[in-house]
Write a protein that binds this ligand. Structure first.
Ligand SMILES: C[S@@+](CC[C@H](N)C(=O)[O-])C[C@H]1O[C@@H](n2cnc3c(N)ncnc32)[C@H](O)[C@@H]1O
Length: 192
């Protein structure tokens, strides 16, 4: 990143492949897990690398998995351009396993996250979090079936709507006509 840029300035100009996670959702992931600079994080799929870069910007040691080569190339280029040595990307399918151990946080923003639950349980330390971003409630139902097989606590499921307001000169202040309504659900699952 250039010296006067922050992570938001950088990501605004970064290359995008698949849909990226929004700041409101990233904010909740950080706030509700208490994620901080010395955490070891596993993230999949990398997509454009936005979530990984945000967590890397906090100082976390991030291992991000991306199975599609074309998105791996986009995320790799963004990570390289940011210059974050603490974000490592792998061109790998996370459903085949997670190599990292004693992980504080596993974030999943990908299809069929239920296929990663067992690997995440093994990789996570006690008290660590699995956070899953899902577009549809049916995905959470599939996830929940798998989660129940392991010693995880009761999940917390969040949906957050965000409405921005605008100032119109000196005359009035009101909500913008369009709002960022549904992006996805966030499911927080803590290893006991
Ligand atoms: C919606 S995007 C993730 C966006 C990312 N969170 C961001 O903020 O830039 C989903 C990504 O998951 C990848 N993916 C899907 N299944 C995967 C798997 N089993 N292992 C690794 N990556 C996977 C897809 O190729 C896609 O790039």
């Amino acid at each position: 990143m250039k010296s006067l840029e922050n992570i938001n300035d950088f990501l605004r100009k970064a290359k995008r492949g698949p849909a990226v996670i929004t700041q409101k959702d990233i904010g909740d992931i950080i706030a509700f897990t208490g994620c901080t600079h010395d955490w070891k994080v596993v993230d999949a799929g990398s997509g454009s690398g936005f979530l990984s870069l945000f967590l890397g910007n906090l100082g976390c040691k991030v291992y991000t998995y991306e199975k599609e080569e074309r998105f791996f190339d986009i995320a790799s280029a963004n990570i390289k351009k940011a210059g974050f040595k603490n974000v490592k990307i792998k061109n790998a399918d996370i459903t085949k396993g997670i190599k990292e151990k004693d992980v504080d946080l596993v974030t999943l923003d990908m299809k069929n996250p239920e296929r990663v639950v067992g690997h995440a349980f093994k990789a996570l330390k006690s008290g660590g979090y699995l956070v899953v971003y899902s577009m549809h409630i049916e995905q959470i139902q599939d996830l929940w079936k798998e989660v129940q097989k392991y010693e995880f606590g009761k999940p917390k499921i969040l949906e957050k709507l965000q409405r921005e307001w605008q100032i119109e000169g000196d005359t009035y202040t009101r909500p913008k006509t369009q709002m960022l309504a549904h992006t996805g659900f966030l499911t927080f699952i803590r290893k006991i």
